[in-house]
Each structure stands twice: as structure tokens, then as C-alpha cells.
Design a binder for this molecule. Structure first.
Ligand code: ATP
Ligand code: MG
Length: 205
């Protein structure tokens, strides 16, 4: 028997505080545009880029991500970063996923263009790019010209993906909850219910 085609695994990392329609549309679009077999959502543990503001407990963010993705047979959620002590780095997560995979996999890291630039500011781009194909989603309000200039978009392992514009951010959702504005349809119904039940984002920042 010849070698089977590697499984095309999308990895969508994020704080998911909370997960919203922008994340879900981006993952679904990557699934479609890059013929992925599956997308694995990886909520961060203690996010090292977001120090200076309170982030909801990893368990809350993990559960909201599970609720949001439960109805999609091609979406699943990993506890890999939630359970890791200390700061999390994309490269380490990609390496661990490859090491623990039961089959031959091809990795596609799905990220907003903004988040992609952050990754390359912190780590050697060549090392990061050797781990996965990077799919950078253009996010509304994001200066794509700057991205083209600063990110290695000409690298064979980088693709820019245009998604239907959704100017949704977790920051805005948290603000809405705090100020009593609606979040219905910006997040899945179950996530909205979870936020209310757990009393998330009501006070402080
Ligand atoms: P925050 O406002 O707290 O930074 P966020 O909305 O940016 O939250 P993250 O969890 O930081 O959400 O993002 C996870 C990934 O999803 C990042 O790669 C980010 O660029 C991408 N992303 C977030 N919102 C959108 C959106 N509306 N469209 C496309 N990509 C998005
Ligand atoms: Mg963000």
C-alpha cells in the first residue's frame, strides 16, 4: 500500500475571551479554501501578550470554545495550551501536535494578519515557518499594506486569505457585556448563555 495522503490539520490559536463569529467564520473559510480535513481550536493558557488586563480563566475560555464548535463535525478543541504551565508559544504547540499525532499530518496555522505579525516579532520567522503553513486572514480595520511589507508574504509557507468582513473582536464583546449592550449573533447562543451564567466580563476591565 502506498503512503496515505497526510491529514490536513488546521490549527486556530487564540485567547478566545470569548470566542466569536469572526473566529468561527475564519476557521470555516480556511477549511474550505485550503481543503482542510479538520480545524483544531487551541485556546491559550496564560497569555503572555495580554498581560496588563484580566483574562478569563483558561477553563472558562476552553469551555466556551467547546460550546461554540460542538455542532461542527470538523471542528474540535485542544487542551494542550490550557494545561501547559507558563507562557505558550505557537512554535512549541505546533511541534507538540506533530509529535503526538497518530497519523501523518500537514499543519496549517490559521491566524488573523494582526496576530501573525506578532508571532514573527517574537520568534525567528524561519523556525516558525518550518513548522506549518501559515494562513493569514485579513481582518477588517487591518492595514494589509503594512502586513505585506512586514510579514514574509512571499514565503512559500505563507498565504493570505480574504474572509467576508466581520468587524467583531473579543475586546468589543467584553465591552458590550460590561455596558449592557447586546452580543446576540456576535457569539453563538450557547456562548452568550455561558457568559451570563458564569457572570463573565461584568466588572473591572
Ligand atoms: P481581543 O480583542 O481580546 O484581542 P480577538 O477578537 O482578537 O480578541 P483573539 O482570541 O485574540 O481574538 O484572536 C484569535 C485569532 O483570531 C487571531 O489570529 C485573530 O487575529 C483572529 N481573529 C479575531 N477576530 C477576527 C475576525 N473578526 N476576523 C478574522 N480573524 C479574527
Ligand atoms: Mg486579538
Amino acid at each position: 500500500m502506498g503512503a496515505a495522503e497526510p491529514k490536513r490539520l488546521g490549527v486556530m490559536g487564540g485567547t478566545f475571551d470569548p470566542i466569536h463569529a469572526g473566529h468561527l467564520v475564519t476557521a470555516e473559510e480556511a477549511l474550505w479554501q485550503f481543503r482542510l480535513d479538520e480545524v483544531l481550536f487551541v485556546p491559550t493558557g496564560r497569555p503572555w501578550m495580554k498581560e496588563g488586563r484580566d483574562v478569563a480563566a483558561p477553563e472558562h475560555r476552553y469551555l466556551m470554545t467547546v460550546i461554540a464548535t460542538a455542532s461542527n463535525p470538523r471542528f474540535s478543541v485542544s487542551r494542550i495550551e490550557v494545561e501547559r504551565e507558563g507562557p505558550t508559544y505557537t512554535v512549541e504547540t505546533l511541534q507538540e501536535l506533530r509529535r503526538t499525532a497518530e497519523e501523518h499530518i500537514e499543519l496549517f496555522f490559521i491566524t488573523g494578519a494582526d496576530a501573525m505579525l506578532e508571532i514573527f516579532q517574537w520568534k525567528d520567522p524561519e523556525e516558525v515557518l518550518s513548522e506549518a503553513h501559515f494562513i493569514a486572514a485579513t481582518r477588517p480595520g487591518y492595514d494589509i499594506a503594512r502586513f505585506e511589507k512586514e510579514a514574509p508574504t512571499s514565503h512559500p509557507n505563507v498565504s493570505v486569505m480574504t474572509i467576508p468582513a466581520l468587524a467583531i473582536s473579543s475586546t468589543d464583546i467584553r465591552r458590550r457585556v460590561r455596558e449592557g449592550e447586546p452580543i446576540r449573533y456576535l457569539v453563538p447562543e450557547g456562548v452568550q448563555a455561558y457568559i451570563e451564567k458564569a457572570g463573565l466580563y461584568r466588572g473591572g476591565r
